[in-house]
Design a protein around this ligand. Structure first.
Ligand code: DLZ
Length: 156
């Protein structure tokens, strides 16, 4: 028997997706949300299968994602936040907490949680990553869709 390759794509069937958006730097996270929604809809995810909620800051993202997974039947969640070095003396702590926290939710839940958290030196760097092209919210959405597809196809 030959090697069996599992195909993946960014258009999983009937995907149910949650998005949690941090309110800190909301002028930037709002654009990431727009980018994520555009990619989800462009890849066939129906409005009725998308749920969006906000949380106070990036530090809260992991628990907010866990709340969402515990309360709604979702295939995965996109976590969106922006931590700016100039904006916090706790930059490293917040970055480390959210990175490890999201990783833990991935592993504990067995559901994909896409890491759409920008960690930049300043607002300019963050704004450069949330335009029409190369929108990091959209990229996180693509990663999530591919992970949902991988799980679906492994089960087939
Ligand atoms: C407190 C804080 C600071 C100073 N900076 C940021 C930031 O740049 N990005 C962000 O998402 N959140 C920041 N926060 C808020 C923390 O994430 C958290 O909401 C608070 O410490 C309350 O737990």
């Amino acid at each position: 028997m030959g090697v069996r390759y599992i195909e993946t794509n960014t258009q999983p069937k009937h995907a149910r997706v949650g998005i949690v958006v941090s309110r800190w730097n909301s002028n930037i996270t709002d654009r990431m949300l727009e980018g994520a929604l555009k990619v989800l809809k462009g890849n066939g995810v129906e409005d009725k299968n998308i749920i969006v909620a906000h949380c106070p800051g990036s530090f809260e993202l992991p628990l907010a994602v866990q709340f969402m997974l515990d309360s709604k039947p979702l295939d995965g969640v996109i976590a969106l936040g922006v931590v700016i070095r100039g904006g916090t003396p706790h930059f490293e702590y917040v970055c480390e907490a959210v990175t490890e926290g999201i990783l833990n939710v991935n592993q504990k839940s067995g559901k994909p949680v896409a890491f759409g958290v920008l960690t930049t030196d300043d607002v300019k760097q963050a704004l450069e990553r949330v335009g029409e092209e190369g929108n990091k919210g959209g990229e996180a959405a693509l990663a999530l869709l591919e992970m949902i597809s991988l799980k679906q196809n492994l089960n087939n």
